[in-house]
Design a protein around this ligand. Structure first.
Ligand SMILES: [Zn+2]
Length: 336
């Protein structure tokens, strides 16, 4: 199966597999929804497919077990529903999986998604496994934040930066999934080359409307920043009933990435690279921000937001980090 936007990586990996030169450990990087997990699953199937047709056939028992998540030769590690990071215990389970060996003699795959969520202890333990490759075991890590991953782990992996799919590829995917043409092109534009995100927009309309609202709020703030609204937005995102601190942190990171997207949209508009808004509803606001903000200030704003994201990933205080980020943005804003 071809994954939209990842055809080159797939063909490279399939050829490497045929030559017997597939890397012992791959790291797939790229923004959320671009296809990192799908590609990781595809890679696991590449090692387990019994059809020997150069790529996963999708119908043999090996491929089906990977698709259903029932394969005994695949160990899938993620941060779990609590979103509390990836623990040392999870990595110990990986080590058990490796030491068991394969009954069928086939290539076994360990997939670690959101690898930047590994605790320091877990990352160290995983590093040991990466440093001492076991026969017939392959690692595949995914992350949307490669800089947050220890350099020691990054350097043990062959890094593949996943490409964005084209808008027409994403729209076609959405139409196949049942979306009417107009909705397919609207959601494809909003997903900006990320097929997984586009499909989530289709299945979870609330997610889409929340994103539009967050983008509107970010643009409104850039047009009229104030200490009061900085505090209000930060407080709203840092205090949620019944959520764990890990969940709040993840949501705050999502918020920052939406703000960053809004800034980059205005920047692209400002430099004339692309006069288009991601969401139909925010087109006017993007144009206004692009008209008022200077290029260097928009760039500095994007850097501020990226730094705030780094601080959050390093366990910075959520409300204070957001507050100080938004307040600093106000200093960059044009005089009203
Ligand atoms: Zn197969």
């Amino acid at each position: 199966m071809k994954l939209a936007g990842q055809e080159d990586v797939q063909s490279y990996l399939a050829q490497a597999q045929a030559r017997g030169t597939l890397p012992h450990a791959c790291l797939f990087t790229g923004p959320g929804g671009v296809g990192k997990r799908s590609l990781a699953r595809w890679l696991a199937a590449l090692g387990l497919c019994q059809a020997a047709v150069g790529q996963p056939c999708g119908t043999c028992s090996g491929c089906r077990a990977v698709a259903l998540g029932t394969s005994a030769d695949l160990c899938w590690v993620d941060r779990g529903a609590e979103r509390q990071g990836i623990s040392i215990n999870q990595v110990r389970q990986v080590q058990d999986f490796i030491s068991l060996g394969s009954l069928s003699g086939s290539v076994r795959t360990v997939i670690v998604t959101d690898a930047h969520e590994l605790s320091a202890e877990a990352a160290n333990a995983l590093l040991k496994s990466l440093e001492e490759p076991a026969e017939q075991v392959r690692f595949c890590l995914t992350t949307s934040a490669p800089r947050a991953l220890p350099a020691t782990i990054r350097s043990r992996c062959s890094v593949f930066n996943l490409r964005l799919a084209s808008a027409s590829q994403v729209a076609a995917l959405l139409r196949t999934a049942g979306a009417p043409a107009a909705q397919a092109s609207e959601l494809a534009a909003a997903a900006a080359g990320r097929p997984g995100l586009a499909l989530r927009f289709l299945r979870e309309p609330e997610l889409y409307s929340t994103r539009v609202a967050a983008s509107q709020e970010a643009l409104a703030y850039l047009l009229q920043p104030s200490w009061t609204s900085a505090q209000a937005i930060a407080a709203r995102f840092a205090s949620a009933e019944g959520e764990t601190s890990g969940e709040i942190r993840v949501r705050a990171l999502e918020l920052l990435s939406l703000w960053s997207e809004a800034v980059f949209e205005a920047l692209r508009w400002r430099v004339g690279y692309e006069k288009a808004a991601r969401y139909q509803a925010t087109r006017d606001a993007v144009q206004l921000v692009a008209g008022r903000w200077r290029k260097p200030n928009l760039l500095a704003a994007a850097q501020l937001i990226a730094k705030a994201g780094d601080r959050l990933r390093q366990n910075g205080h959520v409300r204070l980090t957001l507050e100080s980020c938004f307040a600093s943005l106000a200093l960059l804003a044009p005089d009203l």
